[in-house]
Design a protein around this ligand. Structure first.
Ligand SMILES: [Zn+2]
Length: 164
């Protein structure tokens, strides 16, 4: 698997403000959950990361998050669990722990158990990612950065003459 790292640098001073890791084979599974604004630690400039927190994502992006995780899970189950079940079966038959007649049942139960475990891990990690995102968006730091990047409009003053 080929891994790429996108480095985000500050437009003012060029310092690295963040990075995104992309796994080539699973580009579709890459999500864009993350802080939309990053502060450069060298010069304090606010930089847009191109990411969005969970709270700011629309329904389609939220659905895509779960669809891509499911796709990742299916691929992981096929390659990882399929491989583990196959290798374990070879060892078990070779060592005569099981006989050939029980081989299919052994493979299926190993595969099923592994997939169940993998599903639990993926679900747990995905929910943890969402919770971490919600926590970040509610932090004072995030609110302050947002306010700084999108200044509140000043109310327009209307002067009315009461005598008119
Ligand atoms: Zn900077």
């Amino acid at each position: 698997m080929h891994t790429e790292v996108d480095i985000l640098s500050c437009p003012t001073c060029g310092a690295e403000v963040g990075h995104t890791i992309r796994h080539n084979g699973f580009k579709a599974a890459a999500t864009s959950i993350g802080p939309p604004l990053l502060r450069c630690t060298s010069c304090d400039t606010l930089v847009r990361s191109g990411q969005k927190e969970w709270e700011q994502q629309n329904a389609a992006s939220k659905a895509w998050f779960f669809i891509s995780r499911t796709a990742w899970l299916i691929a992981g189950s096929f390659f990882v669990c399929g491989g583990i079940a196959g290798v374990l079966n070879l060892i078990a038959v070779d060592r005569k722990w099981i006989d050939d007649a029980n081989s299919t049942t052994f493979i299926l139960s190993t595969y099923g158990f592994c997939t169940l475990l993998l599903s639990a891990i993926v679900l747990r990690n995905s929910l943890a990612e969402i919770r971490a995102s919600l926590k970040r968006s509610q932090s004072d730091e995030a609110r302050n950065m947002w306010r700084e990047a999108n200044p509140l409009p000043t109310a327009t003053e209307f002067v009315t003459d009461a005598n008119d």
